[in-house]
Design a protein around this ligand. Structure first.
Ligand code: FAD
Length: 345
């Protein structure tokens, strides 16, 4: 069979893509949905223990945004329903309804528990080579997510970001006699510094940073630094402990070659919270996966959405931000799906 669309990835972006395709009248039986696990992507697995940087009401808006999700039929007893809409929450709470939606969508589309390894366009059809099989489709939506970047300084043992963002796992690794280097000044970096100081009670945390902290500020109809600023409980902690009186065991230094050379060797572990890079998938004839950051088009019948292919948008003062977050993926798909349906093969 030749599918109309294949959606690769079942994180929040893949879920939204499947929902929007069905809402736009694409027959679910002609949609192939591919993911090794169908556990709400990295959002539902690696980042479960992270406190959200968006408010609960935006997650509710996402659940309700596609008719195909049938969220009106969902049980009302998800833990997120007990959290105030203006609060933030653990991502595990936000992921629970997404797993319910995934299971619902899986009943109507064609599901493949597999990993895509190569894409090739020929004779106006895409061939997707999976680990266990292959399939043909007219169009592909890549929602394959991103991996944390690492600086990998050789002599210091690295703690992967997914471990560092799980307080139980981090506590099992870091003890009172450890000095730990944390690179970065983002949402993730601040959460990790707080956990190391208040839960792991390590001897010292050295925060290597490049830029001053940046905070999101809420106005009635827009948010300043919506995509890059600290929010919620993380922002509150940073204001009190980094802009305020630095905790005794926290040292902050510019991430200069000299500081790295002199101070990093005093640390037993290093954690790199220094951003993300798109997961790679090989495509015949393309040396890299470049996408149009206003409409997600990569090639004829090949599109991208989610953290790997975010929309670029200027805020009202002209600052360019890459829009990453569940509600942003949904809004973006709302705008571009009609374009993809026309542009598709
Ligand atoms: C620490 C952290 C906190 C965040 N907090 C928030 C928040 O509070 N609110 C918010 O809205 N957003 C948040 N985000 C941003 C964003 O929503 C998440 O990064 C989200 O996981 C991105 O969704 P995604 O679907 O693009 O990618 P992912 O969740 O990474 O999902 C990608 C999926 O694609 C699959 N896949 C990859 N390659 C292949 C392949 N070749 N074949 C088949 N399947 C493949 C993967 O296995 C995975 O299941 C946060 C991000 C991070 C890192």
């Amino acid at each position: 069979m030749t599918y109309h669309f294949a959606v690769i990835g079942a994180g929040p972006a893949g879920i939204a893509a499947v929902g929007k395709l069905i809402d736009h009248g694409v027959d679910p039986q002609t949609i192939a949905w591919i993911d090794p696990e169908f556990k709400v992507g990295d959002f539902g697995t690696k980042w479960r223990h992270v406190s959200s940087n968006t408010r609960v009401k935006l997650f509710h808006r996402f659940y309700a945004a596609c008719k195909a999700f049938q969220f009106d039929d969902a049980p009302a007893h998800f833990a997120i329903h007990k959290t105030h809409p203006d609060e933030t929450c653990l991502l595990s709470l936000a992921a629970e309804p997404l797993q319910w939606i995934t299971d619902k969508l899986k009943q109507s589309v064609h599901v493949l528990h597999d990993k895509a390894i190569h894409l090739e366009l020929s004779n106006r059809l895409w061939n997707i080579k999976l680990e266990k099989q292959s399939l043909q489709t007219k169009n592909i939506i890549l929602a394959t997510g991103a991996e944390p970047k690492s600086l990998s300084f050789a002599d210091t043992s690295e703690i992967p970001l997914s471990v560092a963002l799980d307080p139980e796992k981090l506590s099992a690794l870091c003890h009172a006699d450890d000095a730990v280097a944390v690179f970065g000044s983002s949402h993730s970096a601040i959460i990790i510094i707080q956990t190391l100081l208040e839960k792991c009670h390590v001897k010292k945390v050295v925060n290597f940073y490049l830029e001053p902290l940046r905070y999101a500020v809420y106005f009635d109809d827009w948010i300043l630094f919506d995509d890059t600023g600290l929010k919620g409980k993380t922002a509150e902690w940073a204001r009190n402990n980094i802009d305020g009186v630095l905790p005794e065991k926290l040292q902050r230094v510019i991430s200069s070659p000299e500081n790295i050379k002199n101070i990093l060797p005093t640390c037993s572990h290093a954690i790199y919270a220094t951003g993300f890079q798109s997961r790679h998938i090989s495509v015949a004839g393309l040396h890299k996966l470049e996408y149009n950051n206003k409409n997600g088009i990569i090639a004829p019948g090949l599109f991208g959405v989610g953290i790997a292919f975010p929309e670029a948008r200027h805020d009202r003062y002209g600052t360019l931000e890459y829009r990453v977050g569940l509600w942003k993926f949904m809004e973006y798909l709302q705008n571009i799906m009609p374009v993809w349906l026309q542009y598709g093969v």
